[in-house]
Ligand binder design. Structure first.
Ligand code: MN
Length: 265
């Protein structure tokens, strides 16, 4: 009887050899299993504690998978959107502004024990977040989205089903551009212009202040973002100074309509 663990190990070992797993892997895995066992204990303990307090939410929030924002790789070179957006602006915008939002939101998530599991859930609870978490979380997400709204040699003209979608919602593509430009131009101070699909599936143009976005429960117009334009001065001031109107007009040349079509699907 006393030799059964040894026999058991021998059997496991034999079966692993049959699966062509090396001896070294077997011992590594055995070590990992032991480590995993001891790591699991505090999580189990947290779970039990939450159950004792009788809250399902607390139990869920004790999960080890806290949300982390990460910065996407820029899908093109800094100079790729020239002459509409200059390389220096892209470099500073991506490496300084956006990188800082990412760093700061993750700091806030850790420091404030923010336990939302997904970005969607995070923004749906924006009204409950600290200013640091809300502003930097918005900044992190909005820029990841914004980089993908643009592409080199974009051509500037929507095509296919995008045209019929914009025609249906705004009357025509020029009328959509007019509505979007108005949203971008009338957003006082810093913020964003958006094309959004609202809860009823309707396409609408809106704008948000600061780093807010339409995913936030605080947004005037809520919905799924389809297209976004950053109208913070840091997005255009080096090249356009006070001429936001020229920046907005030229930005239309950079729109990645292929990506917009995917988001409309
Ligand atoms: Mn920005």
């Amino acid at each position: 009887m006393s030799s059964w663990p040894v026999n058991c190990l021998v059997l496991m070992y034999k079966s692993l050899i049959m699966k062509n797993i090396t001896r070294r892997n077997f011992f590594n895995n055995a070590i990992k299993a032991t480590v995993a066992g001891s790591v699991a204990i505090p999580y189990l303990f947290n779970g039990v504690k939450a159950m004792a307090q009788g809250s399902t939410e607390e139990l869920l929030s004790s999960s080890a998978s806290a949300l982390q924002f990460s910065q996407i790789k820029l899908p093109y070179d800094y100079a790729a959107l020239e002459p509409n957006i200059d390389a220096t602006t892209m470099d500073i915008h991506y490496n300084k502004h956006h990188a800082a939002y990412i760093k700061n939101v993750n700091e806030a998530i850790a420091a404030e024990n923010i336990s939302f599991a997904t970005e969607k859930e995070f923004f749906a609870n924006a009204s409950k977040l600290s200013a640091k978490a809300r502003n930097n979380g918005g900044g992190a997400w909005n820029h990841n989205f914004f980089w993908q709204c643009m592409m080199p040699n974009a051509g500037g003209t929507p095509y296919g089903k995008i045209v019929s979608a914009l025609d249906g919602a705004f009357g025509s593509v020029p009328k959509f551009k007019e509505a979007f430009t108005t949203a971008a131009m009338t957003r006082f101070g810093s913020g964003w212009a958006w094309l959004v699909k609202d809860a009823s599936g309707k396409l609408v143009v809106t704008s948000t202040p600061n780093q807010d976005n339409p995913l936030m429960d605080t947004a005037e117009v809520k919905g799924t973002p389809i297209l976004a334009l950053d109208v913070w001065e840091h997005a255009y001031y080096l090249k356009y100074q006070n001429k936001r109107n020229e920046y907005v007009a030229n930005w239309f040349n950079t729109i990645n309509w292929e990506e917009v079509a995917k988001r409309l699907a």
